[in-house]
Structure formats: structure tokens, C-alpha cells
Design a protein around this ligand. Structure first.
Ligand SMILES: [Zn+2]
Length: 61
């Protein structure tokens, strides 16, 4: 079996130890980032694109 050179053999799914939650817009899983450490609870979008999309969709009501 050949595997991509980008795969690290030492990587054993340690990433799953980090918290994650789905983006409120696209539903994609967002894995905890260090830059989100202080506002993880407020993180709702996986990307700037989703944030804008959400803003555009939420038009009062
Ligand atoms: Zn998203």
C-alpha cells in the first residue's frame, strides 16, 4: 500500500482530543484552534465566507 507523502506516520488521531463543533451555516466540523481559545463559545462559523453568508441570510424578520 502506498500512502500520500503528506500523511504523517506518527499522527494517531490526536486531533480528536481537541473540541469541535459544527459550523452553524454549512454544518462542517470546526476543530478547536488556538486563536479561538478565548472565544470558542462564540465561534459559530468555520470561515469568513460562512459568517458573511449568515449575515446576509439573517435579514431582520
Ligand atoms: Zn461553515
Amino acid at each position: 500500500m502506498t500512502k500520500p507523502s503528506s500523511t504523517r506516520s506518527t499522527f494517531k488521531g490526536n486531533k480528536s482530543a481537541l473540541p469541535s463543533k459544527p459550523c452553524t451555516v454549512c454544518g462542517r466540523d470546526m476543530t478547536w484552534r488556538k486563536s479561538w481559545a478565548k472565544n470558542w463559545d462564540d465561534v459559530k462559523y468555520c470561515s469568513e465566507a460562512c459568517r458573511k453568508q449568515r449575515k446576509g441570510a439573517a435579514h431582520g424578520d
